[in-house]
Design a binder for this molecule. Structure first.
Ligand SMILES: C[S@@+](CC[C@H](N)C(=O)[O-])C[C@H]1O[C@@H](n2cnc3c(N)ncnc32)[C@H](O)[C@@H]1O
Length: 275
């Protein structure tokens, strides 16, 4: 592995050894366990060439998930392409909070309806459906290419999710929901231009022609009219966006409470309309 990596520039990122192992596993079509057990296995010329080419891509900053085309999220393997954001561990907190709420509401009986806005790879909608199968789950995205990836993931993972092409909640096909959930594009254009993010779709990182504040406001204005009485909006937010979200929630006659991530940062806003 070390010989192959020499001169490839594959030291990008915090875990170069792990990345190289994953890429070698991809070339060999083998697990990490196999590679440990066969650490004296000599690579054939073709394997070495392919491995070096993948290391060069990684060295150029391309995320491992775009090279392997898969990322684990909530215990499930999601296919990813450059049409979608790579699912992040922080977003699992969003799914956990939604599932807690559904379990609580579910005690009352009846079918609960969930809408995921900006579904990307489908990771949020599919994970919710897999862990709370009685819910009716619908998911939207403004990107047709992202919806194709999400549909494929739902089919392969056996999750019945309905997908709709829509700019936020503009589609006439959307009704009322007990939960509206989203990991929206919440970075500024400047933040989205940072090194390390430029492989991911700009539309998934920062709102198009709007500031995050304008995007959140439009989102809340539309979402409040699609909630059932007692329903909730769950939104992933960026660090330091909690005060902004609280102000915006009040402006649509709602209250926001916040859930922290493992680093203690307020990461998920839970928004409830005032009676
Ligand atoms: C941060 S990504 C989240 C993807 C996925 N839900 C996840 O958590 O990995 C935001 C998604 O919102 C979509 N999006 C951006 N603007 C939108 C809009 N106006 N209406 C609907 N979806 C939008 C993007 O295409 C992208 O897939």
């Amino acid at each position: 592995m070390k010989t192959a990596g020499a001169g490839s520039g594959a030291t990008v990122g915090a875990t170069p050894d792990l990345d190289a192992e994953v890429l070698l596993g991809l070339v060999l079509g083998r697990s990490r366990e196999y590679m440990f057990a066969h650490s004296d296995r000599v690579l054939m010329a073709g394997e070495l060439r392919r491995f070096r080419s993948l290391l060069r891509r990684r060295g150029g900053g391309e995320p491992v998930a775009y090279i392997t085309r898969v990322r684990k999220f909530f215990g499930l393997d999601f296919s990813v392409s450059r049409a979608v954001l790579i699912p992040r561990p922080d977003t699992e907190i969003l799914v956990e909070r939604v599932l807690d709420f559904l379990r609580l509401c579910g005690l009352g009986g009846g079918t609960l309806r969930v809408l995921d806005i900006g579904t990307g790879s489908g990771c949020v909608a599919v994970s919710i459906k897999k862990h709370f199968p009685t819910a009716e789950v619908m998911a939207t995205d403004i990107s047709g290419a992202a919806l194709q990836v999400a549909r494929k993931n739902a089919r392969r993972l056996g999750a019945q999710v309905k997908f709709v092409h829509s700019d936020l909640l503009a589609s006439a096909r959307l009704g009322r929901y007990d939960v509206i959930v989203s990991n929206p594009p919440y970075l500024t254009r400047q933040e989205a231009g940072k090194r390390g993010l430029h492989f991911e779709p700009r539309l998934a990182l920062a709102p198009n022609n709007m500031t995050p504040r304008q995007f959140f406001k439009k989102f809340l204005d539309q979402a409040r009219d699609h909630l059932t009485p007692g329903g909730r909006i769950f939104l992933e937010i960026g660090h330091r966006q909690a005060p902004l979200m609280q102000r915006l929630a009040r402006s649509v006659k709602a209250n926001a409470t916040f859930h922290k991530d493992l680093a203690g940062i307020e990461r998920v806003a839970e928004i409830k309309l005032k009676k």
